[in-house]
Design a protein around this ligand. Sequence first.
Ligand SMILES: Nc1ncnc2c1ncn2[C@@H]1O[C@H](COP(=O)(O)OP(=O)(O)O)[C@@H](O)[C@H]1O
Ligand SMILES: [Mg+2]
Length: 291
Amino acid sequence: MTVNGAPLIEMADVGKLYGSIRALQGISLRVGAGEVTCVLGDNGAGKSSLIKIMSGVHQHDEGTYKVEGQEVRFGSPRDALNRGIATVYQDLAVVPLLSVWRNFFLGSEAERGVGGPAKPLDIEGMKRIAKAELLEMGIDLRDVEQPIGTLSGGERQSVAIARAVHFGSKVLILDEPTSALGVKQAGVVLRYVVQARDRGLGVIFITHNPHHAYPVGDHFIVLNRGRMIADRAKSAISREELTSLMAGGAELEALSHELERSTDRSLAAVGHELEEEAHELGIGRTPAGGS
Ligand SMILES: Nc1ncnc2c1ncn2[C@@H]1O[C@H](COP(=O)(O)OP(=O)(O)O)[C@@H](O)[C@H]1O
Ligand SMILES: [Mg+2]
């Protein structure tokens, strides 16, 4: 919650159409400060469309979108950034051969002095700030002069997160930051997600992996074919339920039940096997009120 009591982000009945393709329908959600909101869903569920509306890349066609209680319709990502909404995309907009500190300040140098401190920053100052901010997030780089391309995927994501924190973002949107990473690197990024939250940001973490979402999430939104099929606080959902809510879980369960009821014994056996498999995968439980 913010000073005026309104959530950082609030959407009511938001819908999005690409021509005649309906990507989102009836999306209502709230994102609070100091919490991690996870948006889950299979490919094509509408996750990217949703965050593109939040971050000003696209506009919604239906419903209302409010930031800190004020209705908005962003014309560009810059508009969203000016309202404190920063987005880190999976394919990071970094320049691999430029140094870490230059990437840290890339696109933001010109902004200095407009709203922030009036003094133009010198190169040594920028290096110092980049190093200090990264250290604050627990990223200890020997040398901020090294090209950002020499960092691991997880470290690069982390630099982008530290950067958003430094430039005063209130909302940090991460679109599938862990999906291209190995387990260890994903762990690194998840740690910075938690740190950004602990520094008071409202973090929106998009993923199709419930095992990445569950440990760090405070609140879970599950999308399925453009609709919200769940919006739960962590206390109201288990990891197994979250997994089963993901596309596939419910369908697999329904299919196994259908087959098990079959009078054909071999079909029934297949159904039974499917169900056991679903249990093993942790998607065997029917979600509460699931469709
Ligand atoms: N620019 C676009 N033009 C037309 N259809 C799109 C566009 N972007 C996404 N879609 C469609 O909208 C649906 C949701 O896509 P998307 O938001 O990318 O889902 P996700 O990020 O969950 O995979 C899909 O059916 C996708 O094909
Ligand atoms: Mg996507």
